[in-house]
Design a binder for this molecule. Structure first.
Ligand SMILES: [Zn+2]
Length: 179
């Protein structure tokens, strides 16, 4: 079994105290991937995110929009957190789950801590910016008053592949349209 398949199987068996499951995480990652693909159509690096309740209801959606909005904070996770908080009318998203196609950067993971997100699910690791174990492990920092659980590696290959293909197409100078 490949490493990705092993991680996938470990997550499939997970169930949080609020009832969020690995199977739900897996299914919802497909929704987050749709957001990533929508970002790509706008010429953005394909990253997508959702905030969902433990039973899987989607509360907020986000796609990477840094270029379109000229906003360095317009990462998919920030957008999903903002839209969920607006919808709930509450800056706390206690007990909710953040799902991101890529390992969140320090800004986004800290936003999840501020929002009291209970679980951060991500797809592909992000070696350059990932704050959930790649660049460093933010939730293990001492002094944090809230630590989300991290479920990393859900549909990692698919989430990584669209980013790799995006950069390949970009380098080849082709328009960033699906085939
Ligand atoms: Zn980020």
């Amino acid at each position: 079994m490949t490493k990705n398949a092993q991680i996938q199987r470990r997550i499939q068996a997970k169930r949080s105290s609020e009832g969020f499951t690995g199977a739900l995480a897996d299914m919802l990652m497909l929704e987050a991937l749709k957001e990533a693909m929508a970002a790509e159509l706008q010429g953005e690096v394909p990253a997508g995110a959702l905030v969902v309740s433990p039973n899987g209801d989607v509360l907020g959606r986000g796609q990477n929009r840094v270029i379109s909005l000229s906003d360095p904070t317009a990462h998919a996770e920030m957008e999903a957190i903002r839209s969920a908080a607006t919808r709930k009318g509450n800056y706390r998203l206690t007990g909710e789950v953040l799902i991101s196609t890529l390992e969140p950067c320090p800004m986004c993971l800290m936003a999840a801590v501020h929002a009291r997100i209970s679980i951060v699910v991500f797809g592909a690791p992000e070696p350059k910016w990932g704050a959930a174990g790649s660049l460093f492990d933010l939730v293990s920092l001492p002094g944090l008053n809230h630590r989300p659980e991290i479920w990393g590696g859900v549909r990692a290959s698919e989430c990584a592949k669209i980013v790799q293909e995006f950069f390949l197409k970009k380098r080849a100078g082709k328009p960033e349209q699906p085939d």
